[in-house]
Design a binder for this molecule. Structure first.
Ligand SMILES: CC(C)(COP(=O)(O)OP(=O)(O)OC[C@H]1O[C@@H](n2cnc3c(N)ncnc32)[C@H](O)[C@@H]1OP(=O)(O)O)[C@@H](O)C(=O)NCCC(=O)NCCS
Length: 117
């Protein structure tokens, strides 16, 4: 929509051995803060697979995201996605800007294990 600055979280992942330590919540909180302070984003949205129970719990119960709609067969394997959105600050006049943010932890270790670096 014209006139709305917003961010988009393209992927959130924490390496399996480091889950349930609060890392994803901290990453999301930091990304949301940066979207407001650095880019003036009014809201942020994301897609999450319907089977991603942990992520859905994080987004809805801990971070205040609301489900907007279902995107049918959004993923290559045919899984539907839920489109979720969180208002970060009141609406402001201005042109549309989309900031894409990917937050990942543990990839360095994964790359090392695969001798990619
Ligand atoms: C979803 C994911 C990023 C969570 O990372 P994490 O660092 O373990 O999450 P946190 O420790 O910050 O957990 C915060 C909250 O998320 C929810 N949560 C996390 N893991 C959960 C699980 N296995 N089952 C249910 N809820 C869970 C809880 O509400 C939790 O709060 P609590 O610890 O007070 O119960 C991680 O499980 C992951 O990488 N999953 C695979 C990738 C994925 O599905 N990404 C989402 C696609 S966008």
């Amino acid at each position: 929509m014209v006139g709305e600055r917003h961010g988009y979280i393209s992927y959130l992942g924490v390496y399996p051995t480091h889950r349930k330590l609060g890392i994803a919540k901290k990453l999301m909180t930091a990304a949301e803060k940066a979207l407001v302070q650095e880019y003036g984003s009014e809201y942020v949205f994301l897609h999450v697979g319907r089977s991603s129970v942990a992520a859905i719990s994080l987004f809805t119960e801990k971070l205040g995201y609301q489900t907007q709609k279902t995107a049918a067969e959004f993923y290559d394997n045919g899984e539907d996605a839920q489109v979720m959105r969180k208002q970060l600050q009141p609406k402001q006049a201005g042109r549309q800007v989309t900031i894409e943010t990917a937050t990942m932890v543990g990839q360095t270790r994964k790359f090392q294990e695969n001798n990619y670096n």
